[in-house]
Design a protein around this ligand. Structure first.
Ligand SMILES: Cc1cc2nc3c(=O)[nH]c(=O)nc-3n(C[C@H](O)[C@H](O)[C@H](O)COP(=O)(O)O)c2cc1C
Length: 195
């Protein structure tokens, strides 16, 4: 699939067919994540591949409900946890990305005003992976609204690592619908922000 086609046509998929996803495809997707750029090539990301239904259910229990001014609804991605055959969890080693010495010993000093760049690095890996999945004909939905501390317990993630994001993965059982995007003119400044 052509790159721009993949970027423009990837959609969040929240309902999947029960068709299995073979290990070769999972490996291709993980490889796409592995080749993402990262701060000083620190590669703080770690990936967990979940097929076990019990662990999948345990993760589903960590999802936050979404509160709107007048009601509380389940996480829109909740259904994906009962239908997707695979869930990929992306974790990060803390105290490495953006760190002055990469010591990670609790006294970490960071080089920039952004602190730890783990969210940024893992996001790059995730974007590579969801595009790769799309190019392979598979759907994904990035899930951020969940209790990451609880998820770390379910997954046995060791100290020093944080669970950042989850994404269910499988053969789509729905057409993704594109939510509108802001116009370029609304989000782009030329040369200097202020008038
Ligand atoms: C950081 C992040 C967290 C997200 N968390 C959730 C989530 O918890 N539940 C969900 O259903 N979708 C979640 N999404 C998916 C977004 O709602 C979706 O990407 C956005 O509406 C644009 O739609 P598209 O992916 O189809 O282009 C998340 C996306 C991102 C990037």
């Amino acid at each position: 699939m052509e790159l721009f086609e993949a970027i423009n046509n990837r959609r969040s998929i929240r309902k999947y067919r029960s068709d299995p996803v073979d290990d070769k495809k999972i490996e291709t997707i993980l490889e796409a994540g592995r080749w993402a750029p990262s701060w000083a090539n620190t590669q703080c990301w770690r990936f967990i591949v979940i097929r076990d239904p019990e662990i999948r259910a345990g993760l589903a229990d960590t999802l936050f409900t979404i509160k709107t001014p007048d009601k509380e609804i389940p996480n829109p991605g909740a259904g994906a946890f009962s239908t997707a055959p695979v869930i990929i969890v992306v974790c990060a080693e803390i105290g490495k990305s953006g760190a002055k010495h990469g010591s990670g010993d609790g006294s970490t000093e960071y080089l920039t005003d952004k602190g730890d760049w783990f969210m940024f690095d893992t996001a790059l890996a995730v974007q590579n992976m969801v595009l790769a999945a799309h190019a392979l004909g598979l759907g994904t939905v990035i899930i951020g609204a969940f209790d990451a501390v609880q998820a770390a317990k379910v997954l046995g993630v060791p100290d020093g690592y944080r669970v950042v994001i989850l994404f269910p993965l499988g053969v789509p059982d729905q057409e993704g619908k594109a939510p509108p995007r802001k116009e370029l003119s609304e989000i782009t400044v030329r040369d200097r922000w202020s008038k």
